[in-house]
Design a protein around this ligand. Structure first.
Ligand SMILES: O=C(O)CC[C@@H](O)C(=O)O
Ligand SMILES: [Zn+2]
Length: 531
């Protein structure tokens, strides 16, 4: 039993259309039991970018090879004979239509573009194996592609690599409702998987397209609660560059036999093998989910609110996200979303997920009373139904979309000691002055992960040179990571040395050479350019 006074502070309860300002009682904080499919909170996977492309008639995206200094490696060029061979392996699923290819050649952000002439759509691991065996023999480069929602140019070709799409590999193989272990093909889309496991009282622990997420070790909004895919992925099936099928698709929680090979492929961004199937541990679906959206006067208060939150909400805390005032301004301006709280320097989204509605609401109430009473938080809102919780989440989740509508976006995704997290934003704002439209900071504060984004009218190499390697050196100076969760892809591969020592980079290069001696798998990605 939580001992706590009825809060005297005033919060807005988002219980009906429009905002209600009311005195919050513990009863008011007890939210009705959520039904299945709670997209606002009960489900794990809110990091999935569900919004559509920015414009219906977007301008042509500059070819990556023209924007950046990169040279094509001596791979073979796809011939008519190759197309015929592919047609034998995946009949009717060899795509050469330029219009269809255009979508797969351009990344989600519309800032990277390859010029692949062929897209293959296998359905089985056997087909992937035959394709890779063929490409290996012919020295043809391959770009594995999942949902193509990456943010570092890793999921699209740089030149004319063959696009190997896992989209049709979308079958669930098995689900164990006692252990919560799901085994499925790599192309399963999270939305469908989420629905599938939620009907069975579980949630997915990670975001979006499952194979792509494992390949990039994507983080997501509930990393704080469910941890890294490195912990929840139990087994993998991977097709190696020469077509060998590596079956490590076990469903065991404990297995200390030899090197944990699957870890090599998690986060390898398709450079060591193509992930074709995944076995993953799903946590049970929480019975009670609460979402609070709060305004904070400064970053020092944000940090203190986080400490208080960890202390008071501990085991039920499932997300602690922050965004600055410029982020709020951008979601208001470009997406016409309304702020539910008074204008503040920072905003926080706190989510709890637990098993007891009343108990969790009481705990959240005590926490809110504490932070509002002490002035750490100046205004707050608690969502009392699922759609309102979703609307609160949208303010945070749709920042990326709002930024894309603001102009060209330079994106950084860094891990830093939490107390220094915002200093980089302040520093960069001063450094760039009027060269930038906006310099914003937001992200997964609970994980020490800052998303630093700079918007400008159009891409400029001069500005890129002002930003890089400055941001990387700054981050390295704090012993941070230059890529917390988005990976290195094409854009950040040459910055690897800011986060890993030379011997580690060398060992990575040896591993790449061992597993993919011809370098055909996702070339120009993840590892630094070699002289
Ligand atoms: O666009 C970004 O910089 C971050 C995207 C994503 O990781 C998020 O947390 O919203
Ligand atoms: Zn993120």
């Amino acid at each position: 039993m939580v001992l706590c006074r009825v809060p005297r502070w005033s919060v807005r309860l988002w219980a009906s259309p429009g905002w209600w300002r009311t005195t919050c009682t513990l009863r008011a904080l007890v939210r009705p039991k959520r039904g299945p499919g709670c997209p606002g909170g009960a489900s794990g996977p809110l990091a999935c970018r569900t919004f559509s492309r920015v414009s219906s008639c977007p301008p042509e995206v500059m070819l990556t090879q023209e924007r950046y200094p990169v040279r094509r490696l001596p791979f073979s060029v796809v011939s008519e004979e190759d197309l015929a061979a592919f047609e034998c392996i995946v009949p009717g699923r060899v795509v050469t239509d330029p219009e269809v290819l255009e979508v797969s050649n351009v990344d989600w952000l519309r800032t990277a573009r390859g010029c692949s002439k062929v897209l293959l759509r296998p359905r089985t691991s056997e087909e992937v194996s035959r394709i890779l065996r063929y490409c290996h023999e012919r020295n043809l480069a391959v770009n594995p592609q999942g949902g193509n929602t990456g943010l570092v140019g890793g999921s699209v070709p740089v030149f004319d690599e063959i696009i190997l799409s896992t989209a049709l590999m979308n079958q669930v193989t098995s689900f164990n409702s006692v252990s919560g272990i799901l085994t499925c093909q790599a192309g399963c889309v999270l939305e469908g998987l989420s629905r599938y496991v939620q009907e069975r009282d579980f949630v997915m622990p990670g975001p979006c397209h499952i194979g792509g997420n494992v390949a990039t070790n994507a983080g997501g909004l509930r990393f704080l609660r469910y941890g890294s895919l490195r912990g929840t992925v139990l087994g993998l099936e991977v097709v190696l560059a020469d077509g060998t099928v590596l079956d490590c698709l076990t469903s065991l929680r404990k297995d200390n036999t030899g090197y944990d090979l699957k870890q090599l492929f998690i986060g390898s961004e398709g450079t060591l093998g193509v992930i074709t199937a995944v076995s993953i541990l799903c946590p049970p679906k929480p019975k009670a989910v609460n979402v609070a959206f709060l305004g904070c006067p400064g970053f020092a208060e944000v940090l203190q609110t986080f400490s208080t939150c960890r202390g008071m909400l501990g085991e039920i805390l499932s997300a602690f996200e922050f965004m600055d005032a410029e982020c709020m301004q951008l979601v208001q301006q470009h997406l016409h979303l309304a702020s539910p709280v008074q204008e503040s320097a920072f905003y926080l989204l706190v989510e709890t997920s637990g098993s007891s509605t009343g108990h969790d609401a009481e705990k959240l109430g005590c926490f809110l009373e504490q932070v509002l009473g002490s002035g750490l938080v100046t205004d707050g809102t608690v969502a009392t139904d699922e759609s309102k919780a979703q609307a609160l989440w949208a303010l945070r989740e749709r920042i990326t979309e709002a930024l894309s509508r603001d102009g060209y976006v330079y994106k950084y995704d860094v891990s830093l000691p939490v107390e220094r997290l915002y200093d980089l934003v302040t520093d960069l704002r001063a450094r760039l002055g009027s060269q930038a439209r906006h310099v914003v900071g937001y992200g997964h504060l609970g994980d020490g992960n800052l998303h630093l984004n700079v918007t400008v009218d159009a891409f400029s190499t001069t500005l890129l040179d002002t930003l890089e390697p400055y941001v990387y050196a700054w981050t390295a100076g704090q012993r941070g990571s230059i890529s917390a969760e988005h990976g290195l892809g094409f854009r950040k591969r040459d910055a690897l040395g800011y986060s890993k020592p030379p011997h580690a980079v060398q060992l990575m290069q040896h591993l790449k050479a061992l597993l993919d001696p011809k370098g055909i798998l996702n070339p120009y990605k993840m590892l630094p350019t070699q002289a």
